[in-house]
Ligand binder design. Sequence first.
Ligand code: HEM
Length: 219
Amino acid sequence: MGREAQTSRRVKPHGKYTVDSGLCNAASQIPRVSGAAEKSGACPDRVTPHSAPPAATRSSSASASASLLFLHHLAGEPCWAWAADMAGEKKVFGFEEVAGHNVTKDCWLIIAGKVYDVTSFMDEHPGGDEVLLAVTGKDATNDFEDIGHSESAREMMEKYLIGEIDASTIPVKRTHVTPQQAPGNPDKGDDMLIKILQFLVPILILGLAFAIRQYTKSE
Ligand code: HEM
């Protein structure tokens, strides 16, 4: 099925995804996936086992889609992920979920609002796996950009793209705020004392000098 043909189909909201209902129907009436099923990645009962589409609706591309979906199920992947990918949609992940993938054998990164599963790239990364591990559980955009990655590195990234991050789930960056002095702060009193002394000390010195002069004159 061509991409145009896919996108021209009626598109149904499918949890956080947009699922091409035509594709699903061609394979076996994939219903909405919601709640626990969506969370666990499991497909609802009605979906399994997948049956072939009715002969009348079956085209070579539709049966190819059905076969793909069947293979996808054999691989144990959730049907909605497949359907979402086929519709050109990417999954939206929460920050906590992404942050949980923080070991060499399961490493996800957040770069420029996108989520990358770089697990298979850990050994190949020219900068080493440790730098990648070090930027898990945070927005690694600045770290990535600071290195000045080449164009080919950016193209390479596409291979590992698995979805997008839900920006609202990213913890707000803690920035250092200089404490403001509250009104009536004791520090303010100290300032006043210094100012008074700055004014009084020269006057006292002058007065003393004047007194000494008078005293020596009278002698
Ligand atoms: C999917 C994500 C990433 C891909 C595909 C990737 C790919 C690459 C590639 C191809 C290079 C070789 C130099 C170049 O062509 O630019 C490289 C170098 C490097 N990368 Fe990454 N990288 C990724 C993420 C990161 C992140 C998040 C960091 C975090 C600090 C990082 C740190 C480095 C470092 C330190 C080098 C070595 C630079 C050097 O030796 O001059 N990379 N990376």
